[in-house]
Design a protein around this ligand. Structure first.
Ligand SMILES: [Zn+2]
Ligand SMILES: [Zn+2]
Length: 385
């Protein structure tokens, strides 16, 4: 039978009981932290919850980095409380950078993700934990927990393998895995949202970039400093060095240390405003909105071309907020078809939706014949990056 439960944030404790295996509880706390409780093991997903013994970090976007209080971190460091982390080395390093070294994960508290091979599995208290690629950002992963039943958390994900060139695979995508409980995102879960393939976008981007470099223009690409900046960087095929803003260069250095070198780049300080004004024909990648501030605002002249890459360029409101010459619909999330296909192939009996268009995905699924699906649950999460 098909049911549609909506979890009210304050009432999840009462509503979670319906149709549930008592050994497995999935929900969110009043602060919107997602969690899984299985066999009395409490796992916080991309957040910190006081009673969690495991903290899973899917990736190092700011809204997914757990805000663990400093006194708790100190207790973890001193081994006074038993809290363990599951995350990749890249996520750990980037999270340390982005929290100004507040979230330092001590070696003894780092349970899984130390080696770069994915997928990887381990036994923990009679359960099997597996982490796997989901393609959303460098170092990003999903989590499968196999107890009596299988619980799958996709994290933010893409469904298309992305290659930087004919030879090199740089980003592996999420591949659906059959499970009993599926927790997944719906950022672009609107049926009208469909993204072109990355191969098409790459071809278009490089054509525009080359044509404008030939005209002696400076190409400026404002984008999210972690995730999008690296995807764009890997897509570009220019002979000239790609120039990176300071914060984007810091991330490039961490990725290099982790064996994921980015091609042919130099930090902005090696060039500077005057040199770029003179030479122009370069590509410069900067943080979003930095185009409105010094020094980059002085480089944004009619002799430059501004390209904004984001899934959100499909929305007029986003384009109004982010003036550009060219918009590139390049997303680090699955589109509607990708989300629906992933749900159908994972074929869960209980579905938990978070991030974005949860009502629209839920509505689309109610019109499909899903024999196994017993319930769709809405998890309230406040962010979407
Ligand atoms: Zn997210
Ligand atoms: Zn993200």
């Amino acid at each position: 039978m098909f049911q549609n439960h909506v979890f009210e944030i304050k009432k999840w404790q009462e509503k979670r009981i319906k149709n549930k295996n008592a050994n497995i509880i999935i929900g969110n706390t009043k602060n919107n932290g997602l969690f899984i409780k299985v066999k009395n093991t409490f796992i916080a997903l991309d957040c910190w919850i006081p009673k969690a013994e495991l903290i899973f970090i899917s990736h190092a976007h700011m809204d997914h980095i757990p805000r663990v209080p400093l006194e708790i971190l100190e207790k973890i460091r001193m081994n006074k409380i038993d809290v363990k982390f599951i995350c990749t080395k890249i996520s750990k390093d980037i999270a340390e950078l982005r929290t100004n070294n507040q979230l330092i994960i001590p070696e003894h508290a780092w349970l899984m993700g130390k080696t770069p091979q994915l997928p990887q599995s381990m036994e923990y208290k009679g359960m099997k934990f597996t982490i796997f690629d989901n393609g959303h950002a460098p170092g990003s992963i999903g989590l499968m927990i196999e107890a009596e039943e299988k619980i799958l958390y996709t994290g933010d994900f893409i469904t298309e393998k992305r290659c930087s060139s004919e030879k090199v695979v740089c980003i592996r995508c999420f591949n659906p895995i059959p499970c009993d409980y599926l927790i997944t995102e719906c950022t672009y879960g609107d049926p009208s949202i469909s993204f072109p393939s990355v191969a098409e976008l790459r071809k278009f981007l490089n054509k525009i970039v080359q044509e404008n470099l030939d005209l002696g223009k400076l190409i400026i690409i404002p984008c999210t400093i972690f995730g999008k900046a690296q995807v764009i960087h890997e897509m570009l095929q220019c002979e000239e060095e790609i120039i990176l803003d300071r914060d984007i260069a810091a991330i490039a250095r961490i990725l290099e240390k982790n064996g994921r070198a980015l091609p042919n780049w130099a930090p902005y300080k090696h060039y500077g405003k005057r040199k770029l004004k003179e030479e122009r024909n370069h590509v410069l990648i900067i943080p979003p909105h930095a185009i409105n501030k010094s020094p980059y605002n002085e480089l944004a002249t009619p002799e430059s071309l501004i390209i904004v890459p984001s899934g959100r360029v499909l929305f007029e409101s986003y384009r109004k907020e982010n003036p550009a010459d060219i918009y590139l619909p390049l997303s680090d999330h699955a589109d509607f078809k990708g989300i629906i296909t992933s749900i159908l192939e994972s074929n869960p009996k209980e579905l938990y939706l978070e991030h974005g268009e949860i009502e629209k995905i839920s509505h689309a699924l109610t019109n499909m014949n899903l024999d196994r699906l017993e319930s769709i649950n809405f998890l309230k999460t406040p962010y979407w990056t």
